[in-house]
Design a protein. Structure first.
Length: 319
């Protein structure tokens, strides 16, 4: 199969039929063998009924329905697990992503051997204050932290080799950082393509300003996981040993100082009267705790099981 189009959605009943027709038109024009996978992330409107009708009209349309809203990352994870195309394209369901971009993305993956190509909405039709400026700041921080040189990490329109999506795990709120996950998994040829961004035609955006706060927190998380996720002892253990040695050395110095003064019949206070004694004791305790945290992290890492963080209530055409 040439292309799998994976589309996560939440309450997009007005746009689904139009989006489906547009994608089919592009696929037929280029004679692609394709599948369209809709993932209904717990919609409360008529989205699932629209999808059911599309699966009856077109056997290439497949669908997954979550029991409730689990989030875009979980929806993408479920779609990636089912995708069979040599090239997998993700896009949003709100008609702001243009299906006419798919052939060029497909060519970049298949013929120019990119592992991943991310869209760049260079000209946007979003609010400057609520989306454009925070997005620029967010993308700058993501580039500096991850080392992946993309201008638009959060663009929903991306294309991947099938091998990439089968070897990364998108969980939590990590859909923004799929290129970083791919890089950490060893897929280094990551490209970017300027794509058309269209004004939202129906409904309202499902994301508010809180997504940028969550995005920065997730950025810190993925930075930590990329550097220490496979070796937590290297961080916690190292800091634990350093702090323990500082505390132990300080307490040793205090003890030797008191013994020296005692031996030479000099005036001295009790060891416990010195604030440095308690500082050194606290430092040793914290150091021991950090070391144990690293040790426990290594044990958890070696015994963890992969769990799916979502529940599916229905599937259509998935055989």
């Amino acid at each position: 199969m040439n292309i799998s189009v994976v589309i996560p959605l939440l309450n997009e009943e007005e746009s689904l039929s139009e989006l489906h027709s547009w994608i089919v038109q592009v696929m037929n024009k280029h004679n692609y063998n394709y599948e369209i996978i809709f993932i209904d992330d717990g919609s409360s409107d008529n989205s699932w009924n629209v999808i059911e009708s599309l699966t009856k009209q077109n056997s290439n349309v497949k669908a997954i329905r979550f029991l409730k809203n689990f989030g875009k990352s979980q929806a993408l994870h479920a779609g990636f697990a089912k995708a069979k195309g040599d090239v997998v394209v993700t896009m949003d369901a709100d008609l702001q992503d243009n299906p006419e971009e798919i052939p060029e993305l497909y060519d970049l993956i298949l013929n120019q051997n990119y592992d991943l190509v991310s869209g760049w909405k260079k000209k946007r039709y979003d609010s400057v204050v609520s989306k454009n400026l925070p997005s620029k700041l967010f993308n700058w921080a993501a580039r500096k932290t991850s080392g992946v040189q993309l201008n638009d990490f959060n663009c929903g329109l991306k294309a991947y080799k099938n091998l990439v999506i089968k070897n990364i795990e998108v969980s939590g709120e990590m859909h923004r950082y799929i290129p970083v996950l791919a890089k950490n998994a060893g897929f280094s040829k990551i490209g970017e393509k300027v794509v058309k961004h269209q004004a939202r035609k129906y409904g309202e955006t499902k994301f508010g300003m809180e997504r940028f706060i969550n995005g920065f927190l997730d950025l810190i998380t993925i930075w930590f996981l990329s550097r220490f996720g496979k070796r937590p002892m290297h961080l916690f253990g190292a800091w634990g040993v350093v702090m323990f040695l500082i505390g132990f050395s300080t307490s040793g110095y205090i003890g030797i100082s008191k013994l020296y003064r005692l031996y030479n019949d000099l005036p001295y206070d009790l060891v416990t009267n010195s604030p440095y004694f308690y500082i050194s004791l606290t430092t040793m305790i914290i150091g021991s705790q950090l070391f144990l945290a690293g040790f426990l992290g290594e044990i958890i890492l070696r015994n963890k099981e992969s769990n799916e963080n979502y529940k599916i209530s229905n599937e259509l055409n998935m055989n």
